[in-house]
Design a protein around this ligand. Structure first.
Ligand SMILES: Cc1ncc(COP(=O)(O)O)c(C=O)c1O
Length: 435
């Protein structure tokens, strides 16, 4: 599909913004080509500045559970805007949004913030303040936003301290972080055996989606919760991506609620903001009581609990009924199984991994992808060809092989069929490009 307007806007963007984008993955660096500048979205569809239309399987990286421009969300936002966009005072909508979060999850108290990064950063500060300890445990391949201490990768060997993954993060900050392989109980046991008394918290994606979809092995989150409890560390479950998406209670609704454990702290974002900058962290009342102004751990935000963002989030959550989740799950199942059928028919080695309505396809011949080291062994060339063939046929996939595909309740039969029709040719393209 021709895209001269996107080309021209990308050139203008690069003249004024590093890489031409405001978040790196949007630049198409992993797949090449010009990122499409989107002009509007409606339901399952995006339209770019050249007038090309795409079925959206990114959904703003998760938030758009109801699809784009849902009429009730648009109306709630319009009404909120008309009442003024920010007061810097308490408002009733932020209380109602907090109540909705408390009703759906095990958290007892919530603090609203503006981004997932802010939520995880604040949760970690709170965990350190509460425990009086400094070390943080995380898993390789789990992304928690661009917080200094969480931009660390594994040092050499198990239970050693992290090294920073980017210039600008002091080694002293990365050295406060232990980075372990995901789904590896032995690594967790070893780290806690050696450093348990110094560990403030363990943070994990409740079900990782940032290395592609790599679900926790059965019982893994329960094991993490129990290990933290035994060592007096807090268990921080990052549900920025999974929260209010994989079920009405997020990933906790899938495992914790069934198995009978609760995280000490949780972080949320994406769906709960309804497409606006709103996020949250919350948890045990005694831990949250350490937070300013009730306690000594400082945290604040000019736009925290913004009335327009909370109106969008509250309306979205109230509309996120069991029927909505059933529809999103069904759409995901249909697209995922058609994708794997098309790739199988074309002889492309691949692996589908799913956690409810979040799924991704690894271009690999590995029988399972339990961690980042395995996820990293993908055939990037095959994904690149597959991605561009889908894009040319009007399907907007995440422009990286290490991302989850997201659908919405607005993906109706026409949108789903459009994706299914594009798959065989894209699978052939991947077959032609594979290693
Ligand atoms: C699990 C997880 N945590 C935290 C974040 C950071 O959120 P934000 O991009 O809103 O800062 C993300 C973003 O994708 C995420 O997926």
């Amino acid at each position: 599909m021709p895209h001269p307007e996107s080309d021209s806007w990308f050139a203008r963007a690069r003249a004024v913004t590093p890489g031409g984008v405001n978040s790196p993955v949007r630049a198409f660096a992993a797949v090449g080509g010009t990122p499409r500048f989107m002009a509007s979205g409606e339901g399952a569809w995006l339209r770019d500045v050249d007038g090309n239309e795409y079925v959206d399987l990114v959904c703003s990286w998760g938030p758009m559970l109801l699809g784009h421009a849902h009429p009730d969300v648009v109306a709630a936002v319009g009404a909120a805007v008309a009442r003024g966009t920010s007061y810097g005072t308490p408002t009733t909508t932020e209380v109602e949004l907090a109540e909705e979060i408390v009703a759906r999850t095990p958290v007892e108290r919530v603090r609203l913030v503006s981004s997932g990064t802010e939520a995880t950063m604040s949760a970690i500060r709170l965990a350190r303040g509460f425990t009086g300890r400094d070390l943080v445990v995380k898993f390789a391949g789990c992304y928690h936003g661009h917080v200094d201490s969480l931009l660390a990768s594994a040092g050499s060997g198990l239970a050693t301290f992290g090294v920073s993954t980017t210039p600008g993060v002091p080694e002293s900050s990365a050295a406060q972080t232990l980075v372990l392989p995901y789904n590896d109980r032995n690594a967790v046991e070893t780290a806690f055996a050696e450093h348990g008394e110094r560990i403030a918290c363990l943070i994990t994606e409740a079900s990782p989606g940032n290395m592609g979809v790599v679900p926790p092995a059965p019982g893994f989150n329960a094991f993490l919760a129990e290990t933290c409890r035994r060592h007096g560390a807090l268990f921080v479950s990052d549900e920025v991506m999974t929260g209010f998406r994989v079920s009405r209670s997020g990933q906790w609704g899938v495992d914790g609620a069934v198995e009978g454990w609760t995280p000490d702290l949780m972080t949320f974002g994406k769906v709960m903001g309804g497409g606006f900058p709103a996020a949250a962290f919350g948890g045990r009342a005694d831990v949250m009581a350490m937070l300013s102004p009730e306690g000594p751990v400082y945290q604040a935000g000019t736009l925290s609990g913004n009335p327009v963002a909370t109106a969008a989030g509250l309306t979205t959550l109230r509309l996120a009924t069991d029927e909505v989740y059933a529809r999103v799950d069904e759409v995901a199942r249909t697209i995922a199984s058609a994708a794997t059928e098309a790739l199988t028919a074309a002889g492309v080695p691949h692996l589908l991994q799913a956690n409810g309505n979040m799924f991704s396809i690894f271009f690999t011949d590995a029988p399972a992808v339990p961690d980042y080291a395995t996820a990293a062994l993908q055939d990037a060339g095959a994904f690149r060809a597959f991605f561009h063939a889908m894009l040319d046929r009007g399907v907007y996939l995440p422009p990286s092989a290490f991302e989850a595909w997201f659908c919405s309740a607005a993906h109706d039969e026409r949108a789903v069929q459009h994706v299914l029709d594009a798959l065989p040719a894209a699978a052939q393209a991947a077959a032609g490009a594979g290693a």
